[in-house]
Design a binder for this molecule. Structure first.
Ligand code: UT7
Length: 335
């Protein structure tokens, strides 16, 4: 008797969207008041400029709502059709309510529920994997996954070690049930809380609630031990990307694009080298936007999509590393 194997429903990325605030901070801006220069920033990080959301009345939810609206418009979709909104961010508008609730209200997705996910620079890798589970289980048909961060709200612009690295932005995807053989086919996610001491924002939480003391001690700003994070990130990203290739029997020539977290061009290049692929197969936009934390991967993906570079059947690897530590990889066969 012939037997048929039914493969589990997968989730496909069926649209991408992005939002970048209009104001630009270029390297010359930092030269004007800090002991740094364009050449150092460019050669050590790959960054030339970043976007900043200057309007004090707007924050992460606004940027994520703009992303959602652009996706709805592209798909010609009614916001009432959205089932779930997941926002990956470490710079929510407020501790509560969740940024996802604010986005839901801003776009009029009255039938959707939503929540925020905190995994810093791995926010999108985590969130897209979580979102896919709701499609795979059959519970939902349309899930918005947005990564957005207003990093300028937690950056100390007097700290040359960190302020030159980060920018503001948001981007995201729509997930829907995939056609057989396409979509998000694999994911590996990791965390190691022992890395917490190298990248954090200590103030404002329940351990160190905001007070004059936390402000005086500058605990409301991001702190990063760049060298320590670099060491872990460079091996973590490369190892995870390589692991995704091995698990899915992908050779270098099978990879269409690596879509990596954009923290440092040297980390991205090392990851590509480990995978055996040239930089022409890597999504890179760090020079224009810096590190936008949860937004980097969807931002890169949205730009590849806009440029018409993604074709049906393309093998894409997303890979990230960030505070926590958190890291992970996702393998997508583009539908
Ligand atoms: O997205 C989350 C994950 N984050 C990352 O993956 C970031 C990982 N880290 C990095 O990308 C790099 O470590 C940085 C770009 C942050 C720093 O680059 P580095 O090559 O590791 O530099 P360093 O920290 O070892 O500093 C080298 C020198 C130091 O001076 P001394 O001690 O050698 O005299 C720094 O004080 O460069 C100095 N320096 C700067 N000089 C000019 C640090 N920042 C600057 C600056 N301009 N902006």
């Amino acid at each position: 008797m012939a037997s048929t194997t039914l493969s589990r429903q997968k989730a496909a990325i069926t649209a991408t969207g992005k939002y970048l605030p209009p104001d630009i901070l270029d390297n010359k801006f930092f030269e004007s008041y800090l002991d740094t220069n364009d050449e150092w920033i460019l050669t050590r990080t790959g960054i030339s400029e970043r976007r900043i959301l200057k309007d004090k009345t707007k924050a992460t939810a606004y940027m994520c709502a703009e992303v959602s609206k652009s996706i709805l418009q592209k798909k010609g979709m009614n916001p009432m059709d959205i089932d779930l909104i997941i926002v990956a961010t470490v710079t929510p508008d407020m501790f509560f309510p969740a940024t996802a609730c604010l986005v839901q209200d801003m776009i009029g997705a009255k039938k959707a529920w939503g929540f925020d996910l905190s995994a810093a620079c791995s926010g999108f890798t985590y969130a897209v994997t979580v979102g896919a589970q709701f499609i795979e289980s059959g519970m939902h048909q349309k899930v918005l996954v947005i990564g957005g961060d207003k990093m300028s709200s937690i950056i100390n612009y007097k700290d040359r070690n960190s302020c030159i690295l980060f920018g503001d932005g948001a981007a995201g995807v729509l997930l829907e049930p995939a056609e057989e053989g396409y979509g998000i086919l694999d994911a590996r996610l990791y965390s190691d809380g022992a890395g917490q001491e190298h990248l954090y924002m200590k103030g404002g939480g329940s351990l160190n609630p905001s007070s004059h003391e936390t402000i005086d001690n500058q605990m409301h700003y991001l702190y990063q031990d760049g060298k320590a994070v670099f060491k872990s990130a460079v091996t973590g990203m490369a190892d995870t990307a390589f692991e995704m290739m091995q698990r899915n029997h992908l050779k270098a020539e099978d990879i269409s694009y690596l879509v990596p977290h954009q923290a440092n061009l040297r980390i991205i290049s090392a990851t590509a080298e480990r995978m055996g692929i040239g930089l022409e197969k890597v999504g890179i936009n760090i020079q224009k936007y810096g590190n936008t934390t949860a937004a980097t991967i969807p931002l890169c993906l949205a730009e590849l999509d806009e440029q018409g570079k993604l074709k049906r059947g393309d093998n894409l690897i997303f890979v990230s590393y960030g505070a926590g530590y958190t890291w992970g990889g996702v393998y997508v066969k583009w539908q």
